[in-house]
Design a binder for this molecule. Structure first.
Ligand code: ASP
Length: 329
């Protein structure tokens, strides 16, 4: 671990503002609430961690790791649980549509070797994460979008499906009465799954999948499928993922920032906090939710959000538990 003074020196050389670093180094500063105990959390590896109350997804991923499976196979399988859950209205099947009534999906996956695959604005395919994995493994590209992503999925044997449910159709009809567009903190924005796993040999991978913001403009792509924004993995350092208002995460390339801050010595929790501070220094945050979750190579984990209400699920050999993230407000 770099000592705080050395870290500030390194950061100054890197051009990171000292005030921001100081606030990140001291969790009691800058209005951040403290939790019982400390911001530092250590878990033994292997582990699986994911945004929101995604216990079943974590357990599905962890089972694969227990059978000596790889972190990348684990996260791909884990996030498919909410993708096929019709009750989860922010991911895959049963996700809220855009303002024209179409369900459009964003997903990405990144492995321990730095390989990355992503699909954006994909329609009619229940498991966009599996298509992202195929983009990573089977193409010379890292990202396929819209109709190209759909054609690729069909060529790989994926089935075209109607992803709207009776509930999302009814919700959409109701929404059309006003067509008011105002994402609500922790309500419309609360189920994107970002998952990180460390497997039995210590390799790290991550996956992130979402239907994005309900009633978004057609063509809108959020942070979730974008490398460095919704997800970033560096097998030597750790990984980070995001949920919440994608536009704010994209503008600050949050997940990449967190991994770089961990590289420079910050704990996962402090790095997540610093990434939140970068957002709130620049824009009004009263109605804005962004939550970050990060893990380092040692299995220390942490999370930080703008608003209260962000929880994450952690699975280790001992148990699966859902933990409240610390928030700025
Ligand atoms: N980050 C996602 C997006 O902006 C939304 C979410 O986390 O629910 O598309």
């Amino acid at each position: 671990m770099i000592k705080r003074r050395d870290f500030i020196k390194t950061s100054a050389a890197l051009g990171v503002p000292t005030a921001a670093i100081l606030s990140a180094c001291n969790p009691n500063e800058a209005n951040a609430k403290t939790v019982k105990g400390s911001l530092e959390n250590a878990a033994k590896t292997p582990l699986v961690i994911s945004t929101w109350n995604n216990k079943l997804a974590n357990q599905t991923a962890y089972e694969i790791i227990k059978k000596n499976g790889s972190a990348v196979d684990a996260v791909e399988a884990g996030v498919q649980i909410p993708e096929s859950d019709p009750k989860d209205q922010s991911v895959g099947y049963g996700g809220h549509p855009d303002r024209e009534g179409n369900v459009t999906l964003d997903a990405c996956i990144m492995d321990s070797k730095g390989n990355y695959g992503s699909v954006t604005y994909l329609q009619h395919i229940k498991h966009p994460i599996a298509v992202a994995r195929k983009v990573m493994d089977e193409t010379p590209h890292v990202m396929l979008s819209g109709d190209g992503a759909l054609q690729f999925a069909l060529s790989q044997g994926f089935k075209k499906e109607d992803l709207l449910t009776a509930k999302t159709k009814a919700d959409y009809k109701e929404w059309l009465k006003t067509s008011e567009y105002k994402p609500k903190v922790n309500i419309e924005l609360h189920d994107t799954i970002g998952m990180i796993a460390i497997d039995g040999v210590g390799d790290i991978s991550g996956a992130c999948t979402t239907s994005g913001l309900a009633y978004k403009m057609p063509g809108r792509v959020g942070d979730s499928p974008i490398i460095g924004a919704g997800l970033f993995v560096d097998n030597e350092i750790g990984a980070a993922t995001a949920t919440g208002m994608g536009e704010a995460v994209l503008r600050s390339v949050g997940s990449f920032l967190i991994v770089e801050l961990m590289r420079n010595g910050l704990s996962p929790a402090d790095a997540c906090k610093e990434a939140v501070m970068r957002i709130i220094h620049k824009q009004s945050y009263k109605d804005l939710q962004v939550g970050y979750l990060a893990v380092n190579k040692e299995g220390d984990y942490g999370a930080f959000a703008i608003q209260p209400g962000f929880v994450f699920a952690l699975t280790t050999d001992e148990e699966t538990k859902v933990i409240d993230a610390i928030s700025y407000i």
